[in-house]
Design a protein around this ligand. Sequence first.
Ligand code: SAM
Length: 396
Amino acid sequence: MTVLGLDIHVDVGRVLLYDNELLDELRRVYGHSLHVLLTALTAPPRRYYFRVNVLRREPGVVLDEMRAEGYRVYMDEHWGEALWLPVVGPQRIQLHDCMIVVDKRAAESVMMGANLYAPGVVKVENCVAPGREVNIVSENGVVVAEAVAAEGFQEALRRGRGLIARTVRPLYSVPSLRETRWHREGVIYEQSVSSMTVGRVLGAEPGSVVVDMCAAPGGKTGHIYELMGGRGRVIAVDHSRSKTRRLREEMERLGHRGVEIILADARRLPEILGEGVVDYVVLDPPCSSIGVIPKIYDKKSIEDIEKLARYQRSFLRAAARLLKPGGVLVYSTCTVTVSENEANIEYAVKRLGFTVEDAWPRRWSRGLGGYGAAAQRVHPHVHGSTGYFVARLRRR
Ligand code: SAM
């Protein structure tokens, strides 16, 4: 059985099932360090980031309030609205002779300290009884926590909802912010620092028109609205009905009433909003998410990447039509392949008439290829955060 954790044993080959062509693609970026990157993908970031909704409260005030209630919380060195909590772990997990097997999603949240609920359960061994100590194990054999089976777990299983086990010792842990008053009051939003770079690099002027083409759940939309001081027209678009519902709820929680939400295929936006009418576009399209950490299990092939890259380019074409001449596009992904990142920027420059701008705080590694000075990568093994790519482009 594999136990995930740095000082324990990371069987990367069992966690990340990438075909050889995809590994070759990643080698173009990481060379001999590829194994270091892949290993880093199996562990969470050292810092758990969230940001303060500056339209509601001063970040320093939230920092003081949280510290007064016993949180170990810190302010980011660069961006005033960004706060973080240390992630504790990896902790040694004691092996019990009874286990509950869970799907990838449940495993990834239990690994960070969440309790186990019925929807994530794949198999409960016969030995499990209320109050008994068990291990929570992912389908590919990673032990993510020690837990205690809940009193009514059989009933919860039958109904397909409810508590199955209370996590007592996860591999990693970070205090849950969801149940805090700051979350309830719409004062904070959980977001990786990599994702926060998008709003910062966009630098939208208050009063301008901004379209977030693939917006749900709304992390970047809300951040941009806050950085603009709530002044301007911010339009958030997503094609998923359920995700736009959640996006609306999040904007309401944060008090961002000025954000307009459109349920649509973003590639049709030029027909809906018009051509050459937007000052800023944010394009954060679906991607292979290889940079998202921690990974319990991931299986991908080069065909998956190529298909996604083609899809991403279809949004780039729509973005070019939406923008005013001189308008700004920020393109981002939470992945680390060349096809979905630098190659798409090359497409935008050569085929769609964009130029690339260097808008970066000198903080992270440069991108690759001819746009090295401008596009930027966040490397999980170097920066300890979600693997990301962000580029700022201007329409001629
Ligand atoms: N920008 C978001 C944030 O920071 O919270 C995350 C966006 S996520 C990477 C990609 C989103 O694109 C998903 O919510 C998905 O529903 C949406 N999407 C996929 N295809 C789309 C399409 N054709 N039109 C609009 N949205 C689409």
